[in-house]
Ligand binder design. Structure first.
Ligand SMILES: Cc1cc2nc3c(=O)[nH]c(=O)nc-3n(C[C@H](O)[C@H](O)[C@H](O)COP(=O)(O)OP(=O)(O)OC[C@H]3O[C@@H](n4cnc5c(N)ncnc54)[C@H](O)[C@@H]3O)c2cc1C
Length: 400
């Protein structure tokens, strides 16, 4: 493989994790990020135990843990009655079963940890205000063209440029992501504004017909993260605050009073359209590949998009280390990753429907969660055991 720099389009969590994984091998890496400051916008993010073996390989376990919270429990609530459907203690059950914690962290803080680790390596360059417009490749190199007309050459290109990836458009060419008719509102509050009756030290998911709400603490429990997601025919429309507030009030009219008290504190100005993509078997072409949301964007059902991007990054670096050239490495990487990531996409869709079901279908779905802690853990084992323990070829590659 040539010693020219590997180019990464996108300095999100996946792009930076890939830069770090490759940089730690001594390779030259250039991260091309369209924004002025990498990762300044952010809310909370949940990370499953499966991401910790990746953090070990990236050398950032302690710095991540120093900025994280281990919620007392993960709790699923019935959004109509307020009853607890399932409660899984964080420390005694999840950590004990999977050997690593389940954490919540401010996205900006996780980004900061990855940025600092990248900046500490002289062979990684972070290049803001560099928006990738297109690329070409030949037998020896990749040439990226930026929006402002620059040409940047490298040995290979990794498209870590998110849901609307321009690199994907050229390789997979499957158009825009698929909206599913839902939107999300996100808010971070000072913790002392959390209303009475809300358990502030857990990671909570409230599910109701056509809507859900997630909340958990951040930054030493000084902040509180709330995400409200619901189905609406206006998902593609531009609305203002009054329009959004009226819609939220209508949608959550049957919700439990605790949920309503949280909704009343939310900033409803901005909303995100929820979308994913169909899984694909191949997302590489020669010396160009994809990673994270660019490769396999999923719904947020499992809260695993960032975890998958970071697993991708470590697996990709392991394949680059082991194969003779980039084309072989990228082929081996996508082959190793596509079943696991497609499962997140496909099961994520089916569970999404279950979470938001109505009537008898809802009763059936809720009954599926009436299981012991041990049984729930076993249902999640394929995911939370991670790629190192699973014995799959990915595991062997990453573990070597
Ligand atoms: C409401 C919500 C809640 C979520 N909660 C969780 C959770 O709890 N846990 C979890 O693991 N995941 C969660 N996710 C998913 C997670 O945020 C994504 O899967 C993850 O951020 C994907 O990382 P990425 O690096 O692939 O892409 P991104 O984070 O989207 O980063 C892409 C980067 O590329 C840059 N970029 C884009 N185009 C270009 C270009 N042309 N040139 C240069 N740069 C470019 C962007 O500016 C950005 O910095 C959530 C998502 C949503 C919407």
């Amino acid at each position: 493989m040539s010693d020219d720099a590997i180019l990464i389009a996108g300095g999100g969590l996946g792009g930076l994790a890939a830069a770090l994984a490759l940089g730690r091998q001594g390779r030259r890496v250039r991260v091309l990020e369209q924004t002025a400051e990498h990762g300044v916008i952010g809310y909370g993010i949940q990370l499953g135990p499966n991401v910790f073996p990746m953090f070990e390989r990236l050398g950032i376990v302690d710095t991540v843990l120093a900025q994280s919270i281990l919620p007392r429990a993960c709790v699923l609530f019935d959004a109509l009655t307020g009853e607890e459907v399932t409660r899984i203690p964080g420390e005694q059950v999840l950590r004990a079963r999977f050997g690593h914690p389940y954490i919540v962290i401010h996205r900006v803080d996780l980004h900061g940890v990855l940025m600092d680790a990248c900046k500490a390596l002289a062979n990684i360059t972070l290049e803001p205000l560099t928006s990738v417009a297109s690329f070409d490749q030949d037998d020896a190199r990749v040439i990226v063209t930026t929006d402002d007309g620059r040409r940047i050459e490298g040995a290979a290109l990794i498209g870590a440029d998110g849901l609307r990836s321009v690199v994907r458009a050229k390789i997979v060419n499957d158009g825009e992501p698929k909206p599913i008719g839902y939107v999300a509102h996100r808010t971070i509050l000072p913790f002392d504004r959390v209303p009475g009756g809300v358990q502030g030290d857990i990671s909570a998911l409230w599910i109701g017909p056509g809507f859900h709400l997630v909340h958990y603490p951040l930054r030493d429990s000084t902040l509180f993260n709330i995400v409200a997601v619901f189905r609406t025919g206006t998902f593609g429309a531009k609305g203002d605050l009054d329009f959004h507030a009226a819609e939220v009030e209508r949608t959550y009219r049957t919700a439990h009073p605790v949920m309503k008290s949280l909704l009343s504190l939310m900033d409803l100005n901005r909303r995100w359209m929820i979308a994913d993509r169909d899984p694909v078997r191949h997302w590489s072409e020669g010396r160009v590949t994809l990673l994270g949301d660019a490769a396999h964007a999923a719904l947020q059902t499992f809260a695993q998009g960032a975890c998958m991007a970071i697993e991708d990054a470590v697996t990709l670096a392991a394949c680059v280390e082991q194969e003779r050239d980039f084309a072989a490495a990228f082929h081996s990487y996508e082959k190793t990753r596509f079943v696991r990531t497609a499962r997140i996409q496909l099961e994520g869709r089916s569970m999404w429907d279950g979470y938001h079901a109505d009537g008898i279908e809802r009763d059936v779905w809720l009954s599926r969660f009436h299981r012991s802690e041990r049984e729930i853990c076993e249902c999640l084992a394929w995911l939370y055991e991670g790629i190192v323990r699973s014995g799959a070829s990915a595991a062997r590659k990453v573990a070597q």
